[in-house]
Write a protein that binds this ligand. Structure first.
Ligand code: P6P
Length: 333
């Protein structure tokens, strides 16, 4: 079969009117940054990049050295190309402005540079998540307000998974497409066209140690899954929890499932566990583009009007039939 590279794919998308040269450049720059992150992640202990950085991020979480390295790689790769108006990162409190001596473009790039980094030191898959918005018209430096757009305004979203192979999963609004890094060539090869989430599943992902904090609809839903064949669902379910959202979502994108980090009494005061702008929204776009569903348990994630750049939300996403059931249980009260 002819090997199609990410570049060829993007040029064909451009010819079909689904991307512009500027968006194509943005995605190619992010892909190059992801390759550099993959090199660092795969070196592990050999490159002295494991362990704590000795600093905390805006979330008050201890940063891993690779969190800081991945963040720097993405900021430096993207600031000179002329395709961005500004950037926002999980690792940085404020909007990252494009240095004055570089041209600006029409897009806003948001990212979690290394999601799941608590898994780094135990050699479990981690990932990078990114989201692309248009910068609203207007002069001057983009402010936080420019970024606070509902997820349905995203023009592209994707993630990289640093697993046994490094994969880049991408949507520009015309389905979900997967690429696998050929390390010898240094190219992303188009290996997974039009990925879709099966509507039904027998696999769920949730951190079950939080069970005592869950709201009643989640308690009810999980109890029914655990009751298995003899319970109300009439079939057995399996559970997976990698504690790396990218890895859990990728499994669901590949073979179905439901991923839940719901509202609970432990994270209620923060609004949830996962971040809306650079975790929930891009993953929601990908899952919906693949035929799945993504809600907070009560409303569609991509309809939420953001109020803060680093705000957190509850997340229920994956196989549509299951997400609809969980959402129904919440709305029934
Ligand atoms: P817990 C990783 O820190 C993360 O943000 C997601 O990637 C992951 O799904 C979740 O938090 C894991 O949370 O509470 O199980 O450690």
């Amino acid at each position: 079969m002819r090997r199609v590279t990410l570049t060829q794919f993007l040029i064909e998308q451009q010819r079909a009117g689904r991307t512009t040269p500027e968006l194509r450049l943005l995605i190619e720059v992010v892909a190059r940054a992801v390759k550099a992150i993959s090199v660092n992640v795969s070196k592990g202990a050999l490159a002295g990049v494991l362990g704590e950085a000795g600093t905390d991020n805006v979330q008050g979480e201890a940063q891993k050295k690779l969190d800081v390295i991945a963040n720097e790689i993405l900021l430096q790769a993207n600031e000179w190309g002329g395709h961005l108006a500004a950037m926002a990162s999980e690792e940085v409190e404020e909007v990252h402005q494009i240095p004055f001596d570089y041209p600006k473009g029409g897009f806003l790039l948001l990212f979690d540079p290394l999601d799941g980094s608590s898994n780094i030191d135990v050699n479990i898959s981690v990932g990078t998540i990114f989201s692309v918005l248009r910068n609203p018209e207007g002069d001057g430096e983009p402010t936080e307000q420019n970024f606070l757009q509902p997820g349905r305004e995203q023009v592209a979203a994707g993630y990289a998974l640093y697993g046994p192979s490094t994969q880049l999963i991408l949507t520009v609004g015309d389905g979900v497409h997967g690429f696998t890094l050929d390390r010898e060539m240094g190219s992303f090869i188009y290996t997974h066209p039009f990925m879709t989430v099966p509507n039904e599943t027998q696999e769920f992902a949730i951190n079950a140690s939080n069970a005592r904090y869950w709201e009643p609809p989640v308690q009810r839903y999980i109890a029914e899954l655990q009751a298995g064949k003899s319970g109300p669902r009439g079939k057995d379910f399996n559970m997976r929890w990698v504690a790396s959202m990218v890895a859990d979502v990728h499994r669901i994108l590949t073979r179905g499932g439901i991923f839940m980090y719901p509202m609970d009494e432990k994270c209620r005061d923060k609004g949830g566990k996962l971040r809306l702008m650079y975790e929930a929204n891009p993953m929601a776009m990908i899952i919906e583009q693949a035929g799945g569903a993504a809600t907070t348990g009560r409303e569609r994630i991509m309809d939420l009007q953001p109020t803060k750049l680093h705000q957190r939300v509850p997340v229920v996403l994956g196989s549509a039939a299951e997400v609809e059931r969980v959402t129904k249980y919440h709305l029934e009260g």
